[in-house]
Write a protein that binds this ligand. Structure first.
Ligand code: ADP
Ligand code: ASP
Ligand code: MG
Length: 457
């Protein structure tokens, strides 16, 4: 019977981020959001707020035993506080005990073997705890619910720390193992984590739970993905940076993808890809204030303004390469990009002159393994065919919108705002949806605010 089901009609996949599952009250509010819509049958949860940061610290080489035990204790405190607020904590506490003791064993194993596979296994425990607890919170509200180990279906490659999802296999596995469960249960599963072909735990990169939700929605032919977070939608800029930022009611896939790519943390940059492939609409809203509504990300939208939002991505590195070989010659860029690709560095922005190339590096798309992106061996390799200069403490500010490259007057307006600031690099023209400037990290907040004020207020 189960293999006859290919789709649940109007299925909604709802994802709740760290602050939304920070404690029992937050989880209970989120459970109410889930139960308010009978179509929400799949729930994807992040680790409770702060837990992944603590787990990341546990994976660092320099944690001493005292700190290690303190970190384990801090994590346990968060999880037990939620379990203890349940009406019947016993069964859940036993499951949490199990995950926490596994956490302790893994953190100890790392002292002897700093394996990336063990690190991912350790990082996955935060999401495991959340799914057990959230499922119990739903069950307490008299709805059948089941915590489901997403590693059964979210197949990835074995690139620990930044694993690549295997889309077709995820679709096959999700239809076989997850879909049949949806008619009787609300399934609560983990964001951020997956497993490779050997069943080893992998992670998708920080903030990856949004991406997990979109991947599952794609695999299950869902009607919509809901990203419930701590803000009532996507704003004209980060509301933490500009108090006058306004929520956007509706935005296109293209614009949202640009925003996520250029630093709007509200969405993981890869989230939009599965949604675009299957034309699944995405909603972003606040789990604290669902009544405020939020943002719908859709394929087709009514209004496509020239200026949509300003995004900020901090901690940028600029690589400046100088070589006379570039002059009236071929192959210099090919050689440079091949070197960067060998070192698994993804390039973000690029500008060129006669004998110089400047490029910024894309941390999300690169294999940073938690270390600096530019290794000594990469710099040495590049130095063999050009002079290399590295600048950091930079930030990228992106103006996102529509027809930016073909609308008169945009540059003069933007340059007027930027007048008091030193702009290190500008990229404009490649995409109709953005204009980016690289400025010093210390000026970034002022630049965002000035642009926001001029373009939106
Ligand atoms: P979660 O834990 O739910 O995944 P995140 O912290 O990853 O939440 O993302 C939500 C945060 O994204 C907000 O608190 C806000 O500060 C930040 N953010 C950055 N840019 C934007 C934007 N344009 N609109 C809304 N939020 C933004
Ligand atoms: N818990 C993971 C993180 O903090 C994934 C996520 O929350 O999206 O990065
Ligand atoms: Mg997030």
């Amino acid at each position: 019977m189960s293999n006859l089901i290919n789709q649940v009609e109007n299925l909604v996949v709802a994802k709740f981020g760290g602050t939304s599952v920070a404690d029992f009250e937050a989880m209970s509010r989120c459970a109410d959001i889930v139960l308010a819509n009978p179509n929400t049958r799949v729930v994807v949860v992040s680790a409770s707020s702060g837990v992944t940061n603590l787990l990341v610290e546990l994976t660092q080489a320099n944690v001493n035993d005292e700190r290690r035990l303190a970190l384990l204790k801090d994590i346990a405190k968060v999880q037990y506080a939620i379990a203890d607020s349940l009406d019947r904590p016993q069964e859940v506490t036993a499951q949490i005990d199990q995950v926490l003791s596994q956490m302790a064993v893994l953190s100890e194993s790392l002292l002897l073997n700093r394996s990336k596979a063990i690190m991912d296994e350790l990082l996955s425990t935060g999401e495991q705890c959340s799914s057990i607890l959230f499922s119990a919170v739903i069950a307490q509200k008299d709805q059948p619910s089941q915590a489901f180990d997403v590693r059964q279906v979210l197949r990835t490659d074995s690139h620990f720390g930044k694993a690549e999802p295997q889309i077709e296999q995820i679709a096959t596995l999700a239809k076989a193992k997850l879909l049949p469960l949806l008619s009787d249960n609300i399934i609560v599963t983990q964001g951020f984590i997956g497993a490779d072909e050997q069943g080893k735990t992998t992670t998708l990169g920080r903030g990856g739970s949004d991406y997990s939700a979109a991947l599952l929605a794609e695999a299950l032919n869902a009607h919509a993905v809901e990203i419930w977070t701590d803000v009532a939608g996507i704003y004209t800029t980060d509301p933490r940076l500009a108090p006058n930022a306004r929520p956007i009611a509706e935005i296109s896939f293209n614009e949202a993808a640009e925003m996520a790519t250029f630093g709007a943390k509200v969405l993981h940059p890869a989230t939009i890809l599965p949604a675009v492939r299957q034309r699944i609409q995405v909603f972003v809203g606040s789990s604290k204030a669902p009544e405020q509504g939020g943002t719908w990300i859709r394929h087709q939208i009514e209004d496509a303004p020239v200026y949509r939002a300003v995004a900020l991505r901090r901690d940028q590195t600029l690589l400046n390469l100088h070589s006379l070989q570039m002059l009236h010659a071929q192959g210099f860029l090919a050689e440079t990009f091949a070197t960067l690709a060998r070192h698994k560095i993804s390039v973000d922005l690029i500008t060129t002159s006669e004998v110089n190339v400047s490029l910024t590096l894309d941390k999300t798309g690169s294999d940073s393994s938690g270390q600096g992106l530019l290794s000594e061996s990469l710099l040495q390799e590049l130095s063999q065919h050009c002079r290399v200069r590295v600048e950091d403490k930079l930030a990228l500010v992106a103006i996102i919108g529509n027809q930016i490259a073909s609308t008169a007057g945009i540059c003069s307006r933007v340059f007027q705002v930027l007048e008091p600031h030193n702009v290190r690099m500008i990229c404009q023209g490649a995409s109709p949806h953005n204009l980016c400037v690289l400025v010093s990290e210390s000026e970034a907040a002022d630049v965002v605010n000035a642009l926001h004020q001029n373009l939106f207020e």
